[in-house]
Design a protein around this ligand. Structure first.
Ligand code: 13P
Length: 339
């Protein structure tokens, strides 16, 4: 393991107020989002959409790394240039989702465990040869009556840690993503408690498996009330609950924390990240960044709708959200004006 290289890559991914663009939706997820907008659910539509993203001019000014899907790393633009070449030439670090999805956890109704460890060493070796420099694995933790249970937390933390150790062995920086789901009527306080327990369980397993904390990135969910919670919370309350939870549970050796958006609106995701970076400026040991999919892509996808004539406007919308989030890292996001 080349620890120095891992540290450098991890640092680069969260440097200069940039963040990650997640464009690693599995085919079923991508199709679901296409179907909601009446976009054809075809291989060519997926290719065209990802071409739109990777060819957006200026993206590298605010995006440090792109998380790709296995299909995408082998695809090309309509004029035959590999997506990977376009990304690397732009100075964006390419990464890859390597889990194979969350499956029902036996004995724990309603809970899931993420799979994908079988054969992972060989896949990582292939990805490394192709020039990919980091990977991602997402675990999902549901909140509800009796959930999450110990079995779910421990199984997912164990898998995340084994994945992370394999990544580092292959020279890829692991993005460790334990997502506490927003679905439910739970309060902000309950999400904070579940998030803290989740993170403590994950870091215990990372320690047990010998993962070098300096060579990884944590990708957590923000601490949020459930999607149908009756109580409303301000942007500042969310920001405080999130950072205070992270300060308790995430070791200072981790170079960066890059949030997923998890179904929040693009505006909320930026505003909350902005509030965290303002309110805790100079008091956080790690860089606080973003690794959004929907909160960067959704407005662009809604404009595109599968039509070639909409590509330029969709790219402008994509770049705009990427710039908003870079501004949020500086504590300079303002939803009222164009940045
Ligand atoms: P969202 O930002 O849409 O939650 O996606 C991030 C991600 O990578 C999910 O694994």
């Amino acid at each position: 393991m080349n620890q120095q290289m891992l540290r450098e890559t991890a640092k680069q991914l969260v440097a200069n107020n940039k963040g990650l663009l997640a464009m690693d939706e599995s085919n079923p997820t991508c199709y679901k989002r296409f179907a909601d907008l009446g976009i054809p659910q075809t291989l060519e539509a997926r290719r065209a959409y990802r071409e739109l993203i990777v060819t957006t001019p200026g993206l590298a000014d605010c995006i440090s790394g792109a998380i790709l899907y296995d299909e995408t790393i082998h695809q090309k633009t309509i004029d035959g240039t590999p997506f990977l070449k376009i990304i690397m030439d732009a100075g964006i670090i390419p990464g890859i989702k390597v889990d194979t999805g969350a499956k029902p956890l036996a004995g724990s109704p309603g809970e899931k465990v993420t799979e994908g460890l079988d054969g992972l060493r060989d896949r990582l070796a292939e990805y490394s040869k192709l020039g990919l420099r980091f990977a991602k694995w997402r675990a999902v933790i549901a909140v509800g009556a009796g959930m999450p249970g110990k079995a779910c937390l421990e199984a997912n933390a164990h898998a995340l840690a084994r994945y992370a150790a394999l990544c580092q062995e292959a020279g890829l920086v692991p993005i460790v993503e334990p997502e506490v789901l927003m679905q439910g009527d739970h309060t902000l306080e309950r999400c904070r408690d579940v998030s803290e327990e989740t993170l403590r369980t994950v870091f215990e397993q990372l320690y047990t498996q010998g993962v070098v904390l300096e060579g990884m990135i944590l990708k957590p969910s923000m601490v949020l009330p459930g999607s149908v919670c009756q109580q409303q919370y301000s942007i500042n309350e969310v920001a405080d609950a999130t950072v205070l939870c992270l300060l308790r549970a995430v070791p200072a050796a981790v170079p960066g924390i890059a949030f997923l958006s998890g179904g929040q609106s693009a505006e909320f995701a930026s505003a909350r990240l902005n509030a965290m970076n303002i309110r805790f400026k100079g008091r956080m040991p790690w860089q606080l960044a973003f690794s959004f999919a929907r909160a960067i892509q959704q407005p662009a996808m809604e404009i595109w709708r599968g039509e070639g004539a909409n590509i330029v406007r969709a790219q402008e919308a994509l770049l705009y959200r990427a710039r908003c989030n870079s501004a949020a890292r500086r504590g300079e996001y303002n939803s009222d004006h164009v940045i």
